[in-house]
Design a binder for this molecule. Structure first.
Ligand code: 5GP
Ligand code: MG
Length: 176
């Protein structure tokens, strides 16, 4: 399964970059407690790796958002389920997602969290696809800028598979 997926970003480079992001995030919050709001399901691997680099008080909350099916990357109808969110009033929020594509998911979530009384909302993404943003949204923290390719691995799926790859790979059109 792994051997036929071309590597875009190796597992080692991801780990090194997540280390750096951990330092960047720690230096911005200066020990203030935060709530990391992860966007399911793609955030899971990034979230798990990142939080073990953060040595200050933090809580984790999760929302489910989905906006595409299969490899069609034209944004579909955005579905957000936020029943799992605790009271975020007055909290410093770090919104975490796997990839910034059109921007519609994160833009919606930032507004939603602000409306719900968050003290501050910042955004961290592992990947940002260049040339795809339709909604102006500048992530506060980002791992890598990537070209406009459909990627899988390290949490990102195709039809819910490939999330367990330790690297970011490009899904060849014939596997779709
Ligand atoms: P946005 O709202 O920014 O258009 O969509 C972001 C969501 O679309 C991501 O959280 C992710 O679930 C999905 N997505 C966008 N591009 C890709 C991609 O190249 N690969 C995968 N697996 N998911 C993607
Ligand atoms: Mg997603």
């Amino acid at each position: 399964m792994r051997s036929d997926i071309p590597v875009m970003i190796s597992a080692e480079r991801i780990q090194q970059r997540v280390d750096e992001l951990g330092h960047e995030i720690a230096s911005v919050y200066q020990g203030r407690p935060i709530t990391i709001v992860g966007v399911l399901t793609g955030c899971l691997v990034f979230l798990a790796d990142l939080i073990r680099r953060l040595d200050f008080p933090l809580k984790i909350a999760l929302v489910q958002a989905s906006s595409y099916r299969g490899a069609a990357t034209t944004p579909g109808q955005l579905h957000v389920q936020d029943e799992l969110l605790p009271d975020l009033n007055g909290r410093h929020i770090l919104l975490l997602d796997d990839i910034l594509d059109s921007g519609q998911t994160l833009h919606y979530m930032v507004e939603h969290l602000r409306k719900n009384g968050a003290a501050t909302v910042r955004v961290a993404v592992l990947l940002r696809k260049l040339g795809r943003q339709k909604v102006a949204l500048e992530p506060d923290f980002r791992g890598f800028d990537i070209p406009d390719e459909f990627v899988v691995g390290y949490g990102l799926d195709y039809n819910d598979e490939y999330r367990n790859l330790p690297f970011i790979g490009m899904l060849p059109p014939d596997s779709r």
